[in-house]
Design a protein around this ligand. Structure first.
Ligand code: CAA
Length: 249
């Protein structure tokens, strides 16, 4: 039998955690599309080539996830080129860490639009096709700092906490349609995002992680892969904490 591959769209797919998610979904037999910023086309093409060298065929889609219009154009382009998106992983995100008393309006709004508005902007484009097809898997990548808060992250913690509210509301709306919506909340994972944290502070944070180290992107991606399996249809509205014990619930 030569069933058509289901299409998986991963926003922020060329980032540290995103790359590992793309690889896991490709291994799962999905046709994977990673998004990148339009201005990052050259680095995205280099990334695609390095994935190919490693044995992964991953498609690219240029989009600004902060723009509803850009997301609509990307989604139409994907439908024209490949078909309906069945799996969506909202992984695009940024940090602009600074205490609130010093935070500029732009540092608030860029984090809220990139990390939270993006979830609406992209999910809204694909949700009706998932409902029509009677199958969908949506995974929103939140953060341990949505749950516990973090000094210097009022913007990021608010946006990431908002993602899980979105997850639980949408999960109820589409539960009877074969579409699941879940959140994965990573702790501190060894990616470039950690480079923005001063070394002394990062070491202090690591000393509070019960497992005693940063997580690996693979340790997040394997959970995303699991939630995206065809057989994971009874898991919806959940929030999977993967943080080395930093926050327990
Ligand atoms: N808790 C309590 N107090 C803290 C603190 C903390 N975590 N961090 C700093 N402070 C204190 C300092 O000791 C200092 O106190 P004094 O003035 O008494 O000496 C004061 O706050 C420093 O305040 P500043 O206004 O000078 O802070 P700053 O402008 O230097 O900014 C910061 C500090 C950039 C926010 C820095 O603390 C930082 O980078 N913190 C880490 C933030 C973080 O964990 N980000 C996660 C990024 S990764 C990610 O987000 C992925 C994910 O999902 C987990």
């Amino acid at each position: 039998m030569n069933a058509r591959k289901k299409i998986a769209l991963v926003t922020g797919g060329i980032g540290g955690i995103g790359t590992e998610i793309c690889r896991h979904l490709a291994q799962q037999g999905r046709l994977v599309i990673a998004t990148h910023l339009p201005a990052e086309e050259n680095s995205a093409l280099a990334w695609q080539e390095s994935q190919k060298q490693a044995g992964y065929d991953i498609e690219l889609a240029a989009v600004d996830v902060t723009s509803f219009k850009s997301c609509a154009a990307m989604a139409q382009n994907i439908v024209d080129r490949f078909g309906h998106v069945s799996i969506l992983v909202n992984c695009a995100g940024i940090t602009r860490d600074i205490p609130l008393r010093k935070m500029e309006e732009s540092e608030w709004s860029s984090v809220l639009t990139t990390n939270l508005d993006s979830v609406f902007n992209v999910t809204r484009q694909v949700i009706n096709d998932m409902i029509t097809d009677g199958f969908g898997r949506i995974v929103n990548i939140s953060s341990v700092n949505a749950q516990k808060g973090q000094f210097g992250q009022t913007n990021y913690s608010a946006a990431k906490a908002g993602m899980h509210g979105f997850t639980k509301a949408l999960a109820q709306e589409v539960a009877k349609k074969g579409v699941t919506v879940n959140t994965v909340s990573p702790g501190y994972i060894a990616t470039n995002m950690m480079n923005a944290i001063p070394e002394e502070i990062l070491n202090k944070i690591i000393s509070t992680i019960p497992v005693g180290r940063l997580g690996k992107p693979d340790e997040i991606a394997r959970a995303v892969e699991f939630l995206c399996e065809d057989g994971s249809g009874f898991i919806t509205g959940s929030d999977l904490l993967i943080n080395g014990g930093l926050y327990m619930r």
